[in-house]
Ligand binder design. Structure first.
Ligand code: GLC
Length: 576
């Protein structure tokens, strides 16, 4: 096994491993005190070549988050998390090991063992190898496509296995889905882009010929016939998590993985008629895979797009083919972060500015660039917006601002550092001050608020599954717990994550790991929710493991890249 022997400081100088170890120990102690947990011995063993490209990621500086600052304003933990914290390969905190390796009794909740057992039961094998996890093991309802391995659903499973020192299944999944990408994809007579990754796949057993084959869905069988834009992004993000967790860059360096990434990037970086750097999408092309008025430039996709671009930048080889993409990515990231931070961001000050907007402005001097009509501001937003806090709104397009709050996009914005440190703090402030609305009795609302009555009829097309406060329309999804936990840890608020996890623990197991909950407070098991929903199980495990060992955060978090900082300031409440 190779060792982490070098690291790079902000000014580019190289630090020895010894000095890093002691710095890490000091900061880990600080953070663990913050978490009220006993410290563990460190074990720096991994070489993380893939991350060495981004100097700013490796930089050691002041923590942007107040919770991590000491009285003398030096940083306690966060900036170093990505740099000096060893990941813990092989440290199994799961089913097989009720005790952690350092001898401390793990405060494992009885649910953890049950969750691991259920997660293992959800494994899907192809020709003898585990290649993914089934969406739900619930046989009581018609299967629809819940008997498939979904790319997005597998992400929390993959993270759980990586955190538990079991990377093989993740590698198998990455390689298997890559093979599917090269299939010819057609919907009726129309051929989909080469780089499209499947939404899901299934293993078909032929008992007569005793063979196994794969069947994939790229949107041609999906309800609504939409291709999943998020799958390719999750695939790249997962490849980086794998590389980061194992220290094994050979998978990402394989020619087929490099090609797979380039194909995904070709799709989303292609030139067109766009005047914005955001990605134009059809409704239902991500986790919210039914019509919910999220067409246009949905935050979920923009945040995943940003994160995938940043991960690709770390993973792409600088060879003749890769180099061209690296340049295109850098340009796009610059424009995308500027656009998102400027136009998707909403806080009290910005809301007040929009409320007073002039309309019908022409030319480049316009303040209200997209001609948003103040009358289109929904009533609820004025009460929802706290004095301290803010978030990235759901969508921004011509004369269109969707003010709904979406969980996944905002959490990914924090993890990818699409949000500035101030914006990340504001997002967490908002979650804390709107706890009842966003968390209620079960974490966590997929979006807020629900569409009702006429709006529901027009926007969802009278979708009977997405009635108000149900499913995608303001339902509560336990899977989102891992994203909230990661965002909490990154912003120095582990107590907030713990509070959410404890809420989930009062019901999840008892209710049979449902897919989602309904109602304003998330009090009711979802009308059509599957039980034993794998990503509810895995999301819980990932949240638990991350809180227990915050160094896992490095797998899914990227520090701010100073180069993407825009120069302009728009609102006094956020400084770049
Ligand atoms: C539903 C969800 C989607 C998920 C799939 C499998 O279609 O909307 O996000 O990936 O189920 O769990």
């Amino acid at each position: 096994m190779s060792t982490l022997s070098l690291d790079v400081t902000q000014n580019g100088s190289v630090k020895s491993m010894e000095s890093l170890c002691s710095a890490a120990e000091i900061e880990e102690n600080d953070f663990l005190r913050l978490l009220e947990r006993p410290p563990r011995p460190l074990n720096i063993e991994r070489h993380r070549s893939c991350d060495e490209r981004s100097l700013s990621e490796l930089s050691i500086g002041l923590s942007p988050y107040p919770a991590f600052r000491n009285a003398d304003n030096s940083s306690r933990f966060m900036d170093h998390l990505d740099v000096v914290f060893p990941l813990s390969p092989g440290r199994r905190s799961g089913f097989n090991t009720p005790r952690s390796q350092n001898g401390f009794e793990t405060q494992t909740h009885p649910m953890v063992a049950d969750a691991w057992e259920a997660l293992r039961r959800s494994l899907v094998y192809f020709r003898g190898l585990p290649v993914g996890t089934i969406a739900a093991l619930d046989n009581s309802e018609e299967n629809l496509n819940y008997d498939q391995v979904f790319v997005r659903d597998f992400v929390p499973s993959a993270l759980a296995f990586l955190m538990n020192g079991e990377p093989e299944i993740v590698k198998n999944f990455i390689l298997k889905t890559l093979r599917l990408q090269s299939w010819e994809k057609k919907i009726d007579r129309f051929q989909l882009g080469e780089g499209v990754m499947p939404a899901s796949f299934k293993v078909l057993h032929d008992p007569v010929r005793n063979t196994e084959t794969l069947m994939a869905d790229f949107g041609e069988s999906a309800i609504g016939r939409v291709a999943p834009v998020d799958s390719g992004f999750w695939w790249i993000i997962l490849l980086r998590a794998y590389t980061r967790s194992t220290g094994d860059s050979s998978l990402a360096e394989r020619p087929e993985c490099q090609k797979g990434m380039r194909l995904i990037l070709s799709l989303c970086l292609s030139e067109g008629f766009d005047t914005f750097p955001t990605l134009l999408c059809a409704d239902g092309c991500s986790m919210i895979d039914r019509r919910m008025g999220v067409y246009g430039y949905p935050i979920e996709i923009q945040a995943l797009f940003f994160m995938a671009l940043r991960c690709a930048l770390l993973l792409l080889k600088q060879d003749a083919e890769g180099k061209e993409f690296v340049e295109r990515i850098a340009k796009r990231l610059h424009a995308l972060s500027y656009h998102m931070r400027s136009y998707f961001w909403l806080d009290l000050k910005q809301l007040n500015d929009i409320y007073r907007y002039k309309t019908e402005e022409y030319s480049h001097t316009a303040v209200n660039k997209f001609n948003v009509i103040p009358d289109s501001l929904p009533e609820w937003i004025f009460d929802f917006m706290p004095t301290h806090g803010g978030y990235f709104i759901g969508n921004v397009g011509p004369s269109n601002m969707d003010f709904r709050w979406f969980c996944l996009g905002n959490c990914i914005a924090i993890l990818s550092s699409l949000a500035t440190p101030e914006q990340s703090t504001a997002i967490m402030d908002l979650i804390e001050s709107r706890w009842e609305e966003l968390v209620g009795e079960m974490p966590l609302k997929v979006c807020y608020p629900a569409l009702e009555s006429h709006e529901w009829r027009i926007i969802t097309g009278c979708d009977p599954k997405n009635t108000r406060w149900s499913y995608h329309n303001g339902g509560s999804w336990p899977v989102l717990l891992w994203l909230l936990t990661a965002a909490c840890i990154k912003t120095g608020r582990p107590q907030t994550a713990r509070r959410a996890i404890e809420l989930a623990e009062t019901r999840l197991l008892k209710d049979g790991w449902p897919e989602y909950y309904d109602g304003k407070l998330g009090r009711y098991i979802g009308k059509q929710a599957r039980k034993l929903q794998t990503w509810s199980i895995a999301g819980y495990l990932v949240a638990k493991m991350m809180l227990e060992d915050p160094s896992h955060l490095g797998m899914v978090s990227l520090e701010e890249d100073k180069q993407t900082k825009p120069v302009m300031k728009r609102s006094s409440s956020w400084t770049f």
